[in-house]
Design a protein around this ligand. Structure first.
Ligand SMILES: [Zn+2]
Length: 478
């Protein structure tokens, strides 16, 4: 029997607010353990939560950025369970009246077809404390760090629209880009600011039934989410083939063994309305004010790059997926650089060079103005591409302008036919076999000869002029 998978995702995103969700403690979970705490986020009896306006705004921007409908009325519930990382016995979460409903993200499936993944709702909740397991002598102990207790989170719950691991990966990448664009979170699975649980069930292909699902947690990269889903699909398929019944439970992804393993069941109690945090009422005006604060979202930006700058869809997607790269690209175009040239040099030369040393474009010494000056010299044939690459390397370590570097180091391109003539004759004299090949119509030899002349010129010759001169001398069609 052939099976298909039905997959839904639940994604926790940590908001990058200055403070926690219900107190003024700093939102810095990575600090020295238990320094960012107060009676409210130690959850001591009698401490009153005060809901953060910044958390509401960042969560609302995130919802609007994903095309979700902010609800005029939402409220916090107490999600009741006890665990050492939640000693007050309940987590403040929006179980009945979430902040938003609806929304969607478009992905491309494995076959290259567009597909829309619907979002069911997005709700806010506080994070729980963090357990740290250690050995003290021969005793294994568990420590509790409350720095993370009360950190503002949103949870994005999708419809079970995914059918393959690939779609989940595409969705998470697009989600990360969009949330970064609105500025609500850095959304990094590696750093724990984005955590993904996957609900997976299988059914015979072609049927529409919804079977018992298994929840998988503990993946710490987008790649691992796909690996865990793929593993779980084959595990469940094999189990059903063998006549076993899939039971509702939670499994943990083991990164080293690349398997999912069952985890101990957690007691989950009821969700009851919280009496201390007021109901959140959003006016139409307030929602529109938030909407006006949204930046241009990546999908809209990509579309504009295609129509306004003539980029291919793929180039436009690549640039718009990172707000910083998109801004740099537009700055280059603003300096009069042709969009295709800007895209090519930005993605193949500048970004790879910056990634290792500076990580971010904005911290590299090659500003858009300096890079544009270099590309202008290239497009006006004052230097060739080889020289441009070398000047770029020097721009990283020098404050000089590209123009100064070119004239000081003699990178200027030789385009004067008279100056190139004798070089070409020398090369032709030394390469009789390649000359014969070009004369008999073998085009590859032409590229070889151009390379030889280029080398003889110390990399300074204009390849276009070399090609023209060679074609004239050899009577070949260039
Ligand atoms: Zn606190």
């Amino acid at each position: 029997m052939e099976f298909e998978a039905v997959i839904g995702l639940e994604i926790h995103v940590e908001l990058n607010c200055a403070t926690k969700m219900f107190c003024d403690c700093p939102n810095r979970p990575g600090d020295e353990p238990n320094v960012n705490t107060c009676p409210t986020c130690l959850w001591l009896p009698g401490a009153m939560p005060r809901f953060s306006q910044e958390a509401l705004e960042k969560a609302s921007l995130l919802c609007l950025g994903l095309g979700a409908e902010l609800q005029p009325r939402s409220a916090f519930d107490q999600k009741v369970y006890y665990y050492p990382d939640l000693p007050k016995g309940y987590q403040l979460s929006q179980a009945h009246l979430p902040l938003s409903r609806g929304g969607a993200i478009d992905v491309v499936d494995e076959g290259g077809n567009p597909k829309t993944i619907r979002i069911h709702h997005i709700h806010m909740e506080e994070d729980v404390a963090k357990l740290v397991h250690e050995m003290e002598g021969r005793l294994s102990i568990s420590l509790v760090d409350f720095n993370r207790a009360g950190v503002p989170l949103v949870e994005i719950v999708t419809e079970p629209d995914f059918r393959a691991p690939h779609e989940a990966m595409e969705f998470l990448k697009a989600l990360r880009t969009q949330v970064r664009s609105v500025g609500s979170s850095e959304c990094s699975m590696e750093n724990g600011t984005m955590r993904v649980d996957a609900n997976i069930s299988i059914r015979p292909r072609g049927t529409t039934q919804m079977n018992t699902k298994v929840e998988v947690k503990n993946m710490n990269s987008i790649r691992h989410v796909a690996d865990a889903i793929a593993y779980e699909i084959s595990r469940q398929s094999a189990a059903v083939q063998a006549g076993e019944t899939v039971i509702l439970h939670t499994r943990l992804w083991d990164t080293d063994k690349k398997v999912t393993l069952p985890m101990r069941a957690k007691f989950e109690g009821p969700c009851v309305p919280d009496p201390a945090v007021p109901v959140i009422e959003l006016s139409r005006d307030w929602i529109e004010k938030m909407r006006a604060r949204l930046p241009e979202m990546p999908a809209a930006m990509a579309e504009r790059f295609v129509t306004q700058h003539g980029l291919t869809g793929e180039e436009a997607m690549l640039l718009s997926s990172d707000p910083e790269v998109a801004g740099y690209f537009e700055a280059l175009v603003g300096q009069g650089i042709a969009p295709r040239t800007a895209t090519h040099w930005l993605t193949t030369q500048l970004i790879p060079a910056v990634r290792d040393r500076w990580q971010e474009l904005s911290s590299s010494p090659v500003t858009p103005v300096r890079f544009a000056a270099l590309l202008k010299m290239l497009s006006q044939d004052e230097i060739n591409a080889n020289a441009a690459r070398e000047v770029l390397v020097q721009l990283f370590d020098s404050d000089e302008t590209p123009e100064a570097i070119v004239s000081a180091r003699g990178f200027g391109q030789v385009s004067d036919p008279n100056a190139l003539d004798s070089l070409i004759d020398e090369v032709l004299g030394a390469q009789p076999a390649a000359v014969a090949d070009v004369r008999s119509g073998r085009g590859k030899a032409m590229g070889f000869l151009i390379g030889q002349v280029m080398q003889a010129s110390g990399g300074k010759a204009n390849p276009k002029v070399i090609r023209e001169l060679l074609a004239k001398k050899l009577g070949a069609i260039s």
